[in-house]
Design a protein around this ligand. Structure first.
Ligand SMILES: C[S@@+](CC[C@H](N)C(=O)[O-])C[C@H]1O[C@@H](n2cnc3c(N)ncnc32)[C@H](O)[C@@H]1O
Length: 247
């Protein structure tokens, strides 16, 4: 076959994007192989009938005046499906309503608080923790906070820096240990849609337990070994817990 243009004849052909991704991931995996860990969780997220969209709409049910905030919106897959009359979505790159980082948003927000806040921005422990602390400040009494991507299934899904493009959860899961250690917070880590921590403060002004010194350098192996310290439940039990008020 003839080349389409004269320049195609001399330019080396670029590898297809998926192949480039596979090669990059393989290179990164080799670079960080000292952090490899054999253990894994065998969740098949696609086999669970409900996802974060169903969960957020359940949290909003019975609140016709609800105010919803989403941190990290991307393609608006969740944001556009949320049934609330007031929706604010914050993302520095795309989606939502406010083109800025969550830190900039919380530093400048002067409006009312929110009934449901979904945290799904930058999946690094320090950032997820800051988003959670700010969410606790801006949550209305009786409200809910949900945090996405809290259950990496293996060391590659969890690894920081990111070495895998699909299904990367990062290390926001460390916040689940701090939530569990905070007496003023009622919570469940629900095994659905990459893991969703759902949090309900028992009283306003609750301060998150600070376990940063202990958790900062932990990796997937810690989560695997210590998961019994978390209120980890299967999806049906988690949704029942929400329906009965999360206490
Ligand atoms: C996993 S996606 C969000 C998916 C979306 N919540 C959904 O369920 O369909 C993460 C998003 O977080 C955004 N993000 C990255 N850093 C952020 C930050 N500092 N503040 C807010 N969003 C951030 C990214 O641009 C990306 O679009």
């Amino acid at each position: 076959m003839f080349p389409a243009t004269p320049s195609d004849a001399i330019r080396p052909r670029r590898k297809p994007r998926r192949l480039r991704t596979i090669l990059t991931e393989a290179r990164l995996e080799r670079r960080w192989r000292a952090n490899a860990w054999q253990g894994r969780f065998d969740y098949d997220w696609s086999a669970i009938p409900y996802n974060r969209i169903a969960l957020v709409n359940l949290l909003l049910s019975g609140r016709p005046q609800a105010r919803y905030l989403e941190i990290g919106c991307a393609g608006d897959e969740l944001f556009r499906a949320v049934m609330a009359p007031v929706k604010i979505g914050v993302d520095p790159a795309r989606g939502g309503t406010h083109r800025m980082t969550s830190d900039a948003f919380f530093a400048s927000w002067e409006g009312e608080g929110f009934d449901v806040i979904f945290v799904d921005g930058l999946h690094l422990y320090d950032q997820v923790r800051r988003d959670l602390v700010n969410a606790l400040k801006w949550l209305k009494p009786g409200g809910w906070i949900a945090l996405h991507d809290m259950l990496p299934r293996d060391w590659k899904e969890e690894h920081v820096p990111q070495i895998q493009s699909r299904g990367w959860t990062g290390d926001g899961w460390k916040c689940a240990f701090e939530i569990a250690a905070t007496p003023g917070l009622s919570s469940r880590l629900i095994a659905m849609d990459h893991g969703i921590s759902v949090v309900r403060p028992r009283e306003p002004g609750c301060l998150l337990a600070d376990r940063r010194a202990e958790l900062a350098d932990r990796r997937f192996a810690f989560l695997e070994a210590r998961r019994d310290e978390l209120p980890l439940v299967e999806w049906a039990e988690g949704l029942d817990w929400i329906r009965t008020g999360g206490v």
